[in-house]
Design a protein around this ligand. Structure first.
Ligand SMILES: [Zn+2]
Length: 422
């Protein structure tokens, strides 16, 4: 599977899911036109040059920001009058301190305030999940900053629309919630260029693009599908000649932009509407995760987002956790009776054997569930850990989605650690 191996090589950093090949050549600046340059690092950074000073759109992750700045300063040294943040993910806001000068205005959509506070509020929760998802050691988590303890850099927060003119260049900013609730689109009518952050190609995946993550496994508030669709429609209504994203290459040409963005928004709409129809028909979330498939005509891969995760994200976003089963109203999970089941089976051996039989019958997920049952009874059971490792390896070898691959590798790593700790 060369494709997934390549994606696994991508180094993903920050709260925002981003891609930057660890072994790729030194990033080179991309000239969009005589006034606009792009530094393609972890989170593309854009410089718009005007006779009255410059505007920086996004600032990259903190570990890549200096490199991006060096590339762009080689093109123009004008003072930075505005920094515009397409959204509050770490791979877009890490370089703010490097670019900020006395008098620089920093602009974000108003939901930025809650978004960065939410990320900071739950820092202790997110830290191990980000570390697990991105295969890196957990970062230091300081003392709790409180509910509203985030550093808020923007000096201008707007609701629906914000406009300004600098050096004769008009900038129009629109609220376009999607991957995050604070997403904004920057529209430069003079150049017919739209900067749309991570609402398309969140990870800079080449064609065919991947279906998005309407739910992110590392944890996220609902990413409202209908908002996302409306936001893409907003960009399409501008009829841009060029679309510039937070990751990946520019999309150039009205026809190509229309083709790609329409396909993407239609795919989100299709999945959303199928979930809603299924919910109204009384179907449970697991049934819909199994039933809803993206028709091949959309020609989108699932190397980044997975339709089944998005189905559950949409379902749970609308309905929350209760599934009409009175047993699930209470504090005890199903696993509270797993040890009893192991005893009933006469000990772990038969269940481990059954897990291996399931694996042999191409049912690795059922094998994993069975090892969960045994490990609830004896968390150090060697045979169950061994069967679990085999099931995880089986899934990993066949996995074509690199978020899934990351979590499977996390499972493999932690299972091996448990086996070694005996
Ligand atoms: Zn990003």
């Amino acid at each position: 599977m060369p494709r997934i191996v390549n994606f696994a090589l991508l180094l993903c950093v920050g709260i925002g899911m981003t891609a930057y090949a660890a072994d790729q050549d030194q990033a080179k600046v991309v000239k969009i036109n005589d006034s606009i340059y792009m530094a393609p690092v972890t989170g593309n950074v854009y410089m718009v040059i005007t006779p009255a000073g410059n505007v920086i759109i996004d600032t990259a992750s903190s570990d890549q920001a200096a490199e991006a700045r060096k590339l762009l300063l080689a093109e123009n040294h004008g003072s930075v009058k505005y920094i515009i943040l397409t959204h509050g993910h770490a791979d877009h806001i890490g370089g703010i301190p490097l670019w900020k000068e006395a008098g620089t205005q920093i602009i974000a959509q108003r939901n930025y305030f809650e978004f960065v506070n939410y990320v900071t509020r739950l820092q202790g929760f997110f830290a191990p999940r980000n570390a697990a998802a991105f295969g890196r050691p957990p970062g230091e988590v300081g003392p709790w900053a409180g509910n509203f303890g985030a550093k808020i850099d923007p000096t201008i927060l707007f609701d629906e629309k914000y406009e300004f003119t600098l050096g004769g260049v008009q900038f129009e900013l629109f609220s376009t919630p999607g991957e995050t609730p604070d997403h904004l689109t920057v529209w430069l009518p003079a150049y017919k260029i739209a900067f749309m952050g991570d609402n398309y190609a969140g990870i800079g995946i080449p064609e065919p693009m991947s279906f998005p993550n309407i739910y992110a496994l590392r944890g996220t508030k609902p990413r409202w599908a209908l908002d996302w669709i409306n936001s893409i429609d907003k960009v399409l209504s501008l009829k841009p000649d060029v679309v510039l994203s937070g990751h990946g290459d520019p999309i150039i040409g009205k026809e190509e932009i229309t083709r790609r963005l329409t396909r993407y928004r239609n795919a989100i709409q299709y999945v959303h509407d199928e979930v809603v129809k299924g919910m109204n028909a009384g179907k449970d979330v697991y049934t819909l995760m199994q039933e809803i498939k993206l028709p091949a005509s959309y020609d989108l891969s699932q190397v980044f987002g997975k339709v089944s995760w998005s189905v559950r994200g949409i379902y749970d976003g609308y309905a929350g956790w209760f599934d009409m089963n009175p047993a699930t109203m209470y504090e005890l999970p199903p696993s509270s009776v797993y040890p009893d089941l192991v005893k009933l089976a006469g000990g772990p051996e038969r269940l481990v054997r059954l897990a291996l039989e399931k694996l042999g019958a191409d049912k690795p997920v059922e094998a994993l569930h069975l090892t969960d049952v045994v490990l609830a009874y004896d968390e150090k059971n060697n045979a169950a850990l061994g069967a679990r490792l085999k099931a995880l390896d089986y899934l990993r070898e066949r996995c074509e989605n690199y978020v899934e691959a990351g979590w499977l590798e996390y499972g493999i790593r932690t299972t091996k650690e448990k086996l070694a700790s005996k």
